[in-house]
Design a protein around this ligand. Structure first.
Ligand code: S3P
Length: 451
């Protein structure tokens, strides 16, 4: 799985109306953080609704390797007995973070200010991704990184014995980098400051406050200035992980493009740093009702009633919205293909350094499905073909990328001819129940024989 195992081809064909309730799994970002922050607290953190996707399981394994006791008690129910800030022990073996950029970058931050050494690796996708964006700021604390050319994994990180606090302005809008710096700052004396020009997902800030860290966020002309006081004692928490809006995106987008659909997706986060896709879909003319708004697990959530929307129009997605929907552009580009007119997505070059180059993967796959695409380094433009208008009939390469696999399977549910993916196995990294959940709504998704 996730690039380590055998490929699992899968095919989606034009389906009848999708109906029913889609209960998507726990949020991936919050799940990783629950385990990592739990490992840095003193005492027992109890977690419910943890995403049991491979990415998160790899983080659980890593936390054990650093000395925390991580136990599964039942579906989504886990405890973490932490070792305290600065209490990580040196792992006896290489830490394999599988497919997960979030896992490896946050864990590197966590150990960077403890005097231990660890070597990190991952699957073929993760080994291609840039780590300099985290090791550069971690070096300011006094950590040293020895990786492959271009700052790639495998990489050995030597934690700082005498860390100093850091003031760091993020050069890229990245919650992973922000979080890595904050986590490193936890075990540095004094105040660590992170400045972000564009707000990115704020789960680390919210959760660190919950775990008892001293942290403040000030909105200034420079952007958000986040100040963290180092060396707190973190208190264990009871964490109820809300459902993942990035996973909810797949059944939601499928219902929007499959004629006659009417589904309910309960408990979807409306956190303003995560809801850009939903704003965009509504602007395009999607019929989504946000029912029963409330708080769950410290996050604002709503139940989404989603109906087939035959009148969606292409729009220009505001580039400043990108951080709040960064993982949703692949599936948005599928919806755009079934809308009328063109959808312009600018300011999206970060997509090129995700689990795959997502601009390239979507452009090539959609073109193979008969959709006209324009792209440059920082832009993706999809020329919509209207409801039911996408020819399909292609096999798309997923490049060890769960979201590319799910996006093309959604495309196949409404295209004229079936759409296949060469490898659906990476879906298990973030949405292990995707196949059954979608079939339960009436989606015609099937495994094909392995090549
Ligand atoms: C994540 C941050 C985002 C996102 C990833 C999860 C996180 O990455 O793409 O899926 O949990 O912090 P970047 O920080 O690189 O944008």
């Amino acid at each position: 799985m996730s690039g380590h195992g055998e490929a699992q081809p899968m095919k989606a064909r034009k389906s009848g109306p999708l109906r029913g309730v889609a209960e998507v799994p726990g949020d991936k970002s919050i799940s990783h953080r629950s385990l990592i922050f739990g490992a840095m607290a003193v005492g027992e953190t109890r977690i419910s609704g943890l995403l049991e996707g491979q990415d998160v399981l790899d983080t659980a394994k890593a936390m054990r390797a650093f000395g925390a006791t991580v136990t599964r008690h039942g579906e989504g129910a886990w405890t973490v007995n932490g070792v305290g800030v600065g209490g990580f022990r040196e792992p006896a073996d290489v830490i394999d973070c599988g497919n997960s950029g979030t896992g490896v970058r946050l864990i590197m931050g966590t150990m960077a200010t403890t005097p231990i050494t660890a070597t990190f690796t991952g699957d073929a996708s993760l080994r291609k991704r840039p780590m300099g964006r985290v090791t550069d700021p971690l070096a300011l604390f006094g950590a040293q990184a020895y990786g492959r050319q271009g700052g790639r994994l495998p990489m050995t990180l030597v934690g700082a014995a005498n860390p100093v606090p850091v003031r760091y302005a993020l050069p890229v809008a990245s919650a992973q980098v922000k979080s890595a710096v904050l986590l490193a700052g936890l075990n540095a004396p004094g105040e660590t400051v992170v400045i972000e020009r564009e707000p990115t997902r704020d789960h680390s800030e919210r959760m660190l406050l919950g775990f008892g860290a001293k942290l403040s966020v000030e909105k200034t002309s420079e952007g958000h200035v986040i100040t963290l006081t180092g060396q707190p004692e973190l208190r264990p928490q009871v964490v109820a992980v809300p459902r993942d809006p990035s996973s909810a995106a797949f059944p939601v987008c499928a219902a929007l493009i499959v004629e006659g659909s009417d589904i309910l997706v309960p408990g979807v986060s409306q956190n303003l740093t995560r809801n850009g896709l939903y704003l965009t879909l509504v602007e395009m003319g999607a019929e989504i009702e946000f029912q029963n708004p409330r708080e769950e697990g410290g996050e604002p959530v709503a139940d989404l009633r989603v109906r087939f929307s035959g009148n969606m129009k292409g729009i220009e997605v505001p580039p400043e919205r990108a951080p709040s929907m960064i993982d949703e552009y692949p599936v948005l580009s599928v919806v755009a293909a079934f809308a009328t007119g063109k959808t312009v997505m600018r300011g999206v070059k970060e997509l090129r350094v995700k689990e795959s180059d997502r601009i390239d993967a979507m452009a090539r796959g959609l073109e193979a499905c008969g959709v006209r695409i324009e792209e440059d380094e920082d832009t993706l433009i999809v020329h919509g073909m209207g409801p039911g208008g996408v020819p399909g009939g292609a096999t798309c390469a997923t490049h060890i990328d769960h979201r590319i696999a799910m996006s093309f399977l959604v495309c196949g549910l409404a295209a004229k001819q079936p759409v296949s993916v060469d490898d659906a196995s990476p879906i298990a990294t973030s949405f292990p129940v995707f196949e059954g959940l979608m079939q339960g709504l009436g989606a015609m998704i099937q495994r094909s024989n392995r090549a």
